[in-house]
Design a protein around this ligand. Structure first.
Ligand code: HEM
Length: 389
């Protein structure tokens, strides 16, 4: 845009705003003076004790791509596969085109691109069946599950996140091309949060039901975060990795929209306006599970999602990192969560929710997968080296 064109565009915007009645929110930059920052050039380090993309500030877009290994992909082929993956990750996340990229310009602006890789039970067993942890298997069945829609399991998962959907699409295409001789795509799930800049950085996400989602969650700065999320030395080749549970949870938004606002707030136990507990305060005020109404009933109902999901045992917690999905016909939550041991952390929580949670009237689990997210890697090292050595 030339200066004149920009002025003209602003003029149109200002006229429209005046006509429609625009509303400024506290903390929003002055629209007249704000120049959007060109964040496309931002690159996140891909090396470290843990893979990038698990605790980094969530990006606006996320795509999970699961693969099934080809029959011929043996241990030696896996070494070659991880060598190529490592090179692709080191290039793409840094805004560098990977080898023989036909569209190198599309790799230049990663917009905080991360690529996080996890392995399923079959891949580990191709290397050595003795290396598979007990939790790396399909989860026990839950009564309300409606799996089988094509989003279950997988031998390899690649989670690509970026603030720019173009960078993300290009990275996925390059990874797909480079993985093709080793594996074929099993499923793809695309998710999103609010666009970068639409909210103050660090705000808790809103899901498609309108709820503030992700408030009570272990934070990387917490003393017990590592014990909850990162596998330790006892996990052998997985030390520094983490267990990912990914559930595709469909939402019935048409019937949800018919519930009145108090009903929708009681379903969760928090307000829709700012996610504060119904027992008072603001978003981060602890929920008072003992509070009673004047009539002596619990303020947070026995069926409320936060009461059922809350763990009394602090070692039973999970690190939630959900994104929304909406493919035009179906919408919901790609509920990804990290932990040391899904059987001790995710499963007991989900058992409680499966048994009783008013939210179940409008949500159904239609996909389920468990992956061992690999430990991080340093420059000169191979991603997955501890598994393949
Ligand atoms: C809390 C929504 C599924 C575990 C919450 C909150 C919302 C919410 C709005 C309150 C704010 C917060 O602390 O984040 C949803 C929706 C779901 C869903 C819409 C499905 C579509 C699940 C599942 C699990 C889970 C499958 C785990 C098995 C939790 C936990 C909390 C929570 C642990 C915090 C509880 C506490 O206060 O201690 N969820 N959730 N949620 N949810 Fe969910």
């Amino acid at each position: 845009l030339t200066g004149g064109a920009t002025g003209a565009a602003l003029g149109v915007g200002a006229t429209l705003a005046a006509t429609l009645g625009s509303r400024a929110f506290a903390g929003d930059p002055d629209p007249a003076s704000a120049t959007p920052a060109p964040f496309g050039g931002e690159a996140l380090a891909c090396h470290g004790p843990h893979q990038a993309g698990i605790v980094s500030a969530p990006a606006a877009h996320a795509r999970y791509v699961a693969y099934s290994l080809r029959k011929a992909t043996d241990r030696a082929a896996l070494v070659r596969m991880f060598r190529i993956l490592t090179g692709d990750i080191e290039a793409l996340t840094q805004g560098v085109a990977p080898l023989a990229d036909p569209e190198p310009e599309l790799a230049e602006r990663p917009a905080r691109l991360t690529i996080t890789v996890g392995v399923g039970p079959v891949l580990v067993e191709r290397v050595d069946a003795g290396l598979r942890p007990a939790w790396l298997a399909p989860l026990p069945a839950f009564a309300r599950d409606q799996l089988g829609a094509g989003y279950d399991g997988g031998d390899l998962v690649v989670l690509v996140q970026s603030d720019d959907p173009l960078a993300l699409a290009h990275a996925c295409r390059m990874l797909d091309r480079d993985l093709a001789s080793f594996a074929e795509r099993a499923w793809v799930q695309q998710g999103f949060r609010q666009a970068r800049g639409a909210e103050q950085a660090g705000s808790t996400m809103r899901n498609l039901m309108g709820q503030v989602d992700g408030t009570v969650n272990p934070a990387p700065a917490d003393n017990d975060f590592a014990q909850l999320v990162w596998l330790g030395d006892e996990a052998g080749w997985l030390a520094g990795g983490s267990a990912l549970v990914l559930r595709r949870i469909r939402m019935e938004l048409d019937t949800w929209d018919m519930v009145d606002r108090p009903g929708r707030e009681q379903t969760i136990g928090r307000t829709l306006a700012d996610g504060a507990p119904l027992t008072g305060g603001t978003e981060h005020t602890p929920v008072d599970f003992d509070a009673k109404t004047a009539a002596g009933l619990p303020v947070i109902a026995s069926f409320a999602h936060v009461r059922r999901a809350h763990s009394e045992d602090p070692t039973e917690r999970i690190f939630r990192r959900a994104v929304n999905y909406d493919d035009g016909t179906e919408s919901g939550l790609l509920f990804g969560c990290y932990q040391r041991d899904p059987l001790r952390q995710f499963v007991p929580i989900q058992q409680r929710l499966d048994e009783l949670d008013l939210l179940n009237e409008w949500v159904t689990h239609v996909g389920s997968a468990v992956f061992a997210m690999l430990p991080g890697f340093r420059p000169g090292e191979l991603l997955g080296a501890s598994l393949l050595k």
